[in-house]
Design a protein around this ligand. Sequence first.
Ligand SMILES: [Zn+2]
Length: 306
Amino acid sequence: MKLPHDTTLYVIGGLAVIGIASASYLYVEGQEKSANISSLEQKNSSLTTELNKTTTTLTNENNTLKSELEDLKESLEELADNYQDERNRNEDFEDQIRALSGTLGDLDKLASIDEELLMKYSKVSFLNENYTPERLRQLKEDWVAPDRGDEYFHYRAYKHLDDLMDEAEDDGVALSIVSAYRSFDEQGEIKGNFTQIYGTGANAFSADQGYSEHQLGTAVDFSTAAIGYQLEQPFDQTEEFKWLEGNAYKYGFILSYPPDNEFYIYEPWHWRFVGTDLARHIHRSSDTFYTMEQREIDSYRLNFFD
Ligand SMILES: [Zn+2]
């Protein structure tokens, strides 16, 4: 078929127009798409930037918190250390208070124990004639030798004498007390009686040194039925004396005037309460009460009645 010339031109023209339009359309569409992509890319980049900023901020904040936490931990540890220090200081202080109140307690106790009770008396050093023990307690009648009447002993040392007499009885030893507390006036009478019976020999065993110890209320003269309750040297041959020698110190009693002492005649019957600590010391050593320094004797005063 042969198309007329004009028609061909129209067709070609039409096709060209369509082609141009299509191309334009595609071009515009392409342009739009690429604009979109570019905008998305921008958004993506800005979001990335944003995200990076946020991440950095968060990381910084996290680091700040971490270091704050670290500081807080250190503060707490320091606080705990200070608390421990303070507690230790308080405990030291409490220890000091305790020690101090212990010392005060000891001082009170020491003040309550008459210092005369541990004094050495001699021919030149006498107990004041007006001295009386703080309180006396009457001895059990069955402890006392017949016809002696009432006898008394220092009430705070009484339990030690009580224990001694109980133990002696348990061991089958027939100890009797011939004399315990003597007042200054009584002493005069007794010395008078002894003088009547024994004449001038009375001075040898009844006067002077032993006398002061009886006035304290803490000295006892023991004897036994086997020798007629006499206060004589043969007492040291009796079972009763041997028992006293081996046991009296456990109850705080010592022999004031042992054999061959430089201070007074030997008096095996005369025992003085000096407290269990000092009596134990004297029993174990070669010391006697009257050969010890007064200062050393006084160091036993705190536990005198214990
Ligand atoms: Zn005596």
